[in-house]
Design a binder for this molecule. Structure first.
Ligand code: ATP
Length: 309
């Protein structure tokens, strides 16, 4: 649904985005990952025409956005940035309602939308709708920023390092909330970060950038394969690449099926459903065993993990 077709952006003689082609499928969550200055934000900002490419084009649902006036284009695109940018003298409800009011929604529809969005981002409406931005913590303000971006139900969300300024615990809470919201709303999301853990937690697709070029693109397990590009390896940490890769592989796919001849391993630690191999390894390390059981009776051995890593 978002398609970059050989887009280039130059500042002076330098191409900060260099002939990038990339497709983000409808309802997908694509994380743009790369070191500072690699061109991630510039690429993202082409989608809402905050940056115009010097060459190439950006298509949204098959339409070349160069033909769509920026104002109407942006009504269909939510944008969330690190410094939330809430209007300080407006209450939370008014901040969230900015775009719906611009679109001429009536007061009752706006009010019910504000409450529904506060629920969606995990803040009780009766407690939060009348607060001012200075009465919010950083994490709460970022949740309001997300609610505001979702207000007019845009099909596309652009998120530029939205959680970078938050403490690790609060940040993790927002990442989990975003995954839930993505699953519930099926928005197409492009998310910029330079944080590897965040990228792996969120992405169904990863696009790795370096010096304006797209180095790798695909599902996390594909991008982190053993023979990954050296720059990708460096970005994820040579020493921990295999460990990260385990986090992209489902434990159930590497496990041995429950066997009728073998008695059920009642005393083995049980891995929660949908765990990945990193979680399985952690459980083995914590419990001092080299086998764990999966719900349903399959077993996973340390050697299965080593074979998959
Ligand atoms: N308006 C501009 N004029 C000149 N150079 C710019 C402009 N905007 C960005 N750049 C340069 O383009 C390069 C890419 O910037 P961009 O913000 O896209 O990178 P990034 O990967 O998002 O980095 P970060 O993670 O630090 O935000 C940087 O070297 C930056 O200095």
């Amino acid at each position: 649904m978002i398609r970059f077709d050989r887009v280039t952006k130059r500042y002076g003689h330098r191409a900060v985005v260099d002939s990038v082609s990339l497709e983000v499928r409808k309802g997908g969550l694509c994380v743009l990952l790369g070191e500072s200055g690699s061109g991630k934000s510039t690429l993202m900002r082409m989608v809402n025409r905050m940056v115009e490419p010097d060459a190439g084009r950006v298509m949204l649902d098959g339409t070349d956005i160069a033909n769509v006036p920026p104002e109407s284009l942006r009504h269909g695109i939510g944008y969330v940035i690190q410094s939330v940018g809430l209007f300080p003298h407006w209450r939370v409800a008014d901040n969230i309602a900015t775009v719906p009011r611009l679109l001429g929604w009536d007061a009752a529809r706006v009010a019910s939308r504000v409450d529904a969005l506060l629920q969606l981002v995990g803040l009780p409406p009766e407690d939060f709708r009348a607060r001012y931005p200075h009465e919010l913590s950083g994490g709460q303000a970022q949740r309001i920023g997300l609610a505001r971006a979702l207000a007019a139900d845009p099909p596309v969300l652009l998120m530029d390092e939205p959680f970078s300024a938050l403490d690790p615990g609060i940040r993790r809470g927002l990442q989990v909330a975003l995954r839930r919201i993505h699953a519930e709303t099926a928005k197409t999301i492009l998310f910029v970060t330079h944080d590897v853990e965040e990228a792996l937690l969120l992405a169904d697709e990863l696009a790795v950038m370096q010096d304006g070029r797209l180095l790798a693109h695909g599902r996390p397990a594909e991008v982190l394969r053993r023979d990954a590009d050296p720059v990708v390896k460096r970005l994820f940490g040579e020493a921990t690449l295999a460990f990260h890769r385990l986090g992209t592989l489902r434990a159930a796919n590497a496990a041995r099926p429950a066997s009728a001849t073998q008695p059920a391993e009642a005393q083995l630690p049980i891995l929660p459903p949908d765990s990945n191999l990193k979680q399985a390894l952690m459980l083995m390390l914590e419990s001092g065993t080299d086998q764990v059981a999966l719900p349903g009776g399959a077993t996973l051995h340390l050697s299965d993990i080593l074979a998959a890593a």
